[in-house]
Design a protein around this ligand. Structure first.
Ligand SMILES: [Zn+2]
Length: 65
């Protein structure tokens, strides 16, 4: 999966978005500098989701500057 730089990541919840605003947090604190990708389908049963404190399924970055 190729992720272009036009993807932004929310600094608060680390979710990927094409928009200028995080769909989770409704904030505009987004970063274009990120590393790693975690696709969370089942937040309840995912250790990664629990570590990252993700409660909604979707695509998330592991590290955000
Ligand atoms: Zn967010």
């Amino acid at each position: 999966m190729v992720m272009a730089r036009k993807y932004y990541v929310c600094r608060k919840c680390k979710r990927f978005t094409h928009e200028r605003e995080c769909p989770n947090c409704k904030i505009k604190d987004l970063s274009a500098s990120w590393k790693g990708l975690a696709i969370i389908n089942d937040p309840e049963g995912s250790e990664i989701a629990q570590v990252l404190q993700i409660k909604t399924g979707g695509s998330y970055a592991l590290f955000v500057d």
